[in-house]
Ligand binder design. Structure first.
Ligand code: ZN
Length: 269
């Protein structure tokens, strides 16, 4: 585990940034950065959050559309809900924003590995161009066959009449999203990244949804990594982070990434 360097200058905590936020501590160039993102990063792209007051789960009952039991009981109702969500994601006004793009820039310019783990089921990170990306809760724009587990891209509407391209059966296709009561995807890969990282950044997450809400504790317990929260307001787990900045994602994420890359360049020269 390489030694940490303290960034030049004193970072201001909990204060709205100018164009640049100086990270309090930066990992050495070559270090691994793990970033967890949640609904807060997509909000400014025009997508509703699920858990905020007035969010989707305040109007639609989880147990009617987002559990394996709901799908078994009334698949058409589930499909109707997800077809509506998928259509919203395809709308022209829903585009990756400056925060998504800042993470693409970090991946391109940081002299080490960057892993983005997202709880979001939208495809905005993908569309922005993030490559090393784990969709731990799945993604709307894919179908998974409950008969044979085949996963296929599925940008349009889905129904019980659709046929699986792999096994040929109908009635088995469901959105490839993790429903309540189901295990998140790729937890082994995620745990491996968390337990060997030098910087962990949490962006736009409520801190209420496990296991993601427990990632910062895993990092703190198993590594010497620096931890930072970038969010609109303090999350439920805010006190677990060594550093925090609050404001709209499109402002604080690009500023933080710029600060990180600038300090890395100074370190390099
Ligand atoms: Zn199949």
């Amino acid at each position: 585990m390489p030694a940490f360097r303290t960034a030049a200058g004193k970072a201001s905590q909990r204060i709205m940034p100018p164009d640049l936020l100086s990270p309090k501590i930066i990992p050495p160039p070559g270090g691994r950065i793990v970033i967890l993102t949640g609904a807060g990063i997509s909000k400014e792209s025009g997508l509703e959050t699920f858990r905020d007051a007035g969010g989707i789960w305040s109007r639609v009952r989880v147990e009617d559309v987002a559990t394996p039991e709901a799908f078994a009981r009334d698949p058409e109702r589930c499909h109707a809900f997800y077809n509506m969500r998928r259509a919203r994601h395809r709308a022209a006004d829903v585009q990756p924003n400056a925060a998504h793009q800042a993470l693409v820039r970090l991946e391109a310019e940081w002299p080490g590995e960057v892993v983005v783990v997202t709880q979001n089921v939208d495809s905005l990170h993908d569309r922005a161009g993030t490559k090393n990306l784990i969709h731990m809760h799945g993604i709307y724009s894919q179908a998974r066959c409950t008969h044979c587990d085949h996963v296929a891209d599925w940008p349009g509407d889905m129904s019980v009449a659709d046929r699986c391209a792999s096994c040929g059966q109908t009635g088995g296709l469901r959105p490839n999203v993790v429903w309540f009561g189901e295990m998140p995807i790729a937890m082994e890969r995620i745990t491996a990244a968390l337990t060997d990282c030098d910087l962990f950044i949490s962006i736009g997450t409520s801190g209420n949804v496990f296991p993601a809400a427990g990632f910062v504790a895993v990092v703190r317990k198993t590594t010497k990594a620096h931890t930072a929260e970038l969010n609109l307001e303090p999350s439920a787990g805010a006190t677990l982070f060594a550093e925090a900045h609050y404001g709209p994602a499109t402002e604080i994420v690009p500023a933080y990434i710029e600060g990180l890359l600038r300090t890395a360049r100074l370190h390099d020269s």
